[in-house]
Design a protein around this ligand. Structure first.
Ligand code: 5GP
Length: 192
């Protein structure tokens, strides 16, 4: 999506360690009308997939997942990262290794919210090593649901998580794929 690539170049900041900061329009200050445009693009890519629910993980996946679910006319459910007192009953859980925080956490969704007749679209903000998407795929599967595919706003192609998932047969739809990124040489997008 050319408009997203332009926004990454003008408003994003490349940090040390292969991290892209996009707090100015995506992760903290949220450009709502642009989020709706990105969501419309994802929704049209999955328009024929009979999606029944969009699944994401808190916190930064929620905005694009909500907008995508709204565009598709289906509910959105998000996995929680910490078991809190307002989670009770049977839970679906998955262990996820965090790229940005360098730790492992348990993602949890109430088992009532994912059912065997669900056909799930997984949505997140970033795809790096693919751990978050793998965790969400495993959560959906453990509830007996089908996974139609995954969509992300920004894939960091140089970390290869997306291409590994594609090789395993998953449909991975990314609005922008960064193949090279460094503080001195800037950002190179994949031609799609
Ligand atoms: P993965 O699990 O694919 O390694 O990493 C994806 C998760 O890590 C996303 O949910 C996202 O929140 C976070 N993430 C990974 N790389 C970046 C990055 O460069 N910038 C930001 N803001 N978040 C990232």
């Amino acid at each position: 999506m050319k408009a997203l690539e332009d926004k990454i170049l003008s408003e994003g900041r490349v940090l040390e360690g292969g991290v892209l900061q996009v707090g100015a329009f995506l992760n903290q200050l949220v450009d709502t009308s642009f989020t709706e445009k990105m969501a419309a693009d994802i929704a049209s890519a999955f328009a024929d997939s009979c999606i029944t629910k969009v699944l994401t993980i808190e916190t930064s996946g929620i905005m694009i997942a909500f907008a995508t679910a709204s565009a598709l006319g289906v509910p959105m459910v998000f996995a929680k990262k910490n078991k809190t007192s307002n989670l009770s009953g049977e839970m679906l859980t998955a262990e996820i290794r965090s790229f940005t925080h360098n730790n492992t956490y348990t993602a949890a969704v109430c088992a009532d919210y994912i059912k065997p007749d669900d056909n799930i679209l997984i949505v997140d903000d970033f795809l790096a090593n693919g751990e978050a998407l793998r965790g969400l795929i495993s959560l959906a599967r453990s509830g007996g649901a089908s996974v139609a595919g995954c969509a992300v706003q920004i894939e960091k192609g140089f970390q290869q998580g997306g291409d590994k998932l594609r090789k395993e047969g998953y449909r991975i739809y990314s609005l922008a794929v960064i193949d090279e990124m460094s503080t001195d040489r800037g950002i190179v997008f994949r031609q799609m």
